[in-house]
Design a protein around this ligand. Structure first.
Ligand SMILES: NC(=O)c1ccc[n+]([C@@H]2O[C@H](COP(=O)([O-])OP(=O)(O)OC[C@H]3O[C@@H](n4cnc5c(N)ncnc54)[C@H](OP(=O)(O)O)[C@@H]3O)[C@@H](O)[C@H]2O)c1
Length: 231
């Protein structure tokens, strides 16, 4: 059975991705910072809760230890945890919030990915999905016709552009692991104040699709539901 870890899956896109993958027979480890919320979500989905804060080394190491003990390996990592102030234009940007967003959205992805490598290397088909955003695509945010053009998400966009580079360079450095970035699409979740966009169930489709690619699947790409996205 495919063993899968999703960072931050107690709600939103991570939760719906966990639902889809559990329905497809994956053993899903549902990461969350809160024990209460994580255990409740895992029970709803038939997943296994693992406490995980991507900004905390000890928490990540403990999560890997638990999965190693139970599975002895690891097949799919979905780096989903992400934060951001999507409307913080010029005056709203601070150094502190910049550090915080990079700590979760970039350093957190690197921290978790590095920690999972020993277990991923024991898989026959290791896959990493980095949940990113078209707000990190240079081609998209400079297109006046795009929805993303209207968001002044200076720092959040920078964290997502950084994820693109990390995805490409990891894919080149680790050809034995398929590593791709995905844009789920504008989705009504807490992250954007549940203000607009598709449902989380719809947004999870693109993530789950990349999480279930076979051995001949792509690596080092940036995709959305409709196909490849420009960097
Ligand atoms: N929604 C969209 O339109 C959209 C579009 C493109 C990409 N994305 C990406 O999709 C991913 C999932 O976002 P979502 O929209 O589903 O968000 P969400 O669940 O509504 O909100 C983000 C949540 O992440 C959790 N979190 C924050 N810091 C964390 C940490 N250090 N470790 C673990 N969990 C942490 C928090 O949950 P708790 O307080 O419960 O711990 C926070 O509320 C993110 O990477 C986001 O950037 C979203």
């Amino acid at each position: 059975m495919t063993a899968t870890l999703i960072t931050k899956a107690n709600k939103g896109l991570g939760y719906e991705t966990a639902r889809r993958l559990a329905e497809q027979g994956h053993t899903v480890y549902l990461g969350a910072r809160s024990i209460d919320r994580g255990e409740a979500a895992a029970a709803e989905l038939g997943a296994r809760f693992v406490r995980l804060d991507v900004t905390d080394n000890a928490s990540v190491e403990a999560a890997m230890h638990l999965i190693d003990e139970r599975e002895g390996r690891f097949d799919v990592l979905v780096n989903n945890a992400g934060i951001g102030d999507l409307r913080a234009g010029g005056d709203g940007v601070t150094a502190a919030s910049t550090l915080e967003q990079f700590d979760t959205n970039l350093v957190g992805v690197v921290r978790v990915t590095q920690a999972t490598l020993p277990l991923l290397r024991k898989s026959e088909n290791p896959v990493v999905v980095n949940v990113s955003s078209a707000l990190g695509s240079f081609a998209t945010v400079t297109d006046p016709e795009s929805v993303q053009y209207r968001f002044r998400s200076i720092v959040y966009s920078a964290t997502r552009a950084a994820i693109s580079m990390v995805t490409v360079r990891y894919a080149q450095a680790l050809p034995e692991i398929k590593i791709n970035a995905v844009e789920p699409g504008l989705t009504s979740t807490d992250l954007i104040g549940n203000a607009m966009g598709q449902t989380a169930a719809e947004g999870a489709e693109a993530i789950a699709r990349l999480a279930t690619i076979g051995k001949d699947g792509p690596t080092g790409t940036f995709r959305e539901r409709a196909g490849v996205l420009p960097w």
